[in-house]
Design a protein around this ligand. Structure first.
Ligand code: GDP
Length: 131
């Protein structure tokens, strides 16, 4: 999912180019927006973390672009491609090193397991939106 800072900065093209060049197929993609309540649901796993409120406020502050991506070993390869959560610690050449602005405005989200990828894909897309 591209975060509001990525869309506001005009980085949709730059980031999706890196995703495709890394061998991922974009199966579904759309521009949409989360309400604070929906952001809270999406990030419910982080409910107890101190930054949960800030995270939900940020993720509902502007449009986002969720995607379903396909590749073998997708979760691990995608997390390598996006880099560490904090852009100051993200490896050179990763999406966050190139495009993220801060630890909350960090350009992109990636699912952390196959099970969560399934849940998160279903959160945004119906079966008719996947090609
Ligand atoms: P990710 O899997 O790399 O996205 O990182 P996490 O699952 O640990 O955290 C989810 C998201 O919460 C991150 O992408 C950040 O946008 C945000 N986040 C993580 N740590 C912090 C923090 O210390 N402060 C704030 N404001 N946001 C944070």
């Amino acid at each position: 999912m591209l975060k509001p800072d990525a869309l506001n900065a005009g980085n949709i093209g730059g980031i999706t180019k890196m995703i495709e060049e890394a061998g991922f197929k974009i199966v579904a993609m759309k521009k949409t927006r989360l309400t604070p309540e929906l952001a809270g649901k999406f990030y419910a796993i982080h409910k107890e973390r101190p930054f949960y409120g800030e995270l939900c406020a940020y993720m509902s502050s502007g449009p986002i672009m969720p995607m379903i991506l396909e590749k073998s070993n997708a979760v691990e390869d995608f997390r390598k491609l996006i880099g560490a959560t904090d852009p100051k610690k993200a490896a050179p050449g990763t999406i966050r090193a190139l495009f993220a602005k801060s630890i909350d405005a960090n350009a992109i989200h990636g699912s952390d397991s196959d099970a969560n990828a399934e849940i998160e894909g279903n959160f945004f897309f119906s079966q008719f939106e996947r090609f």
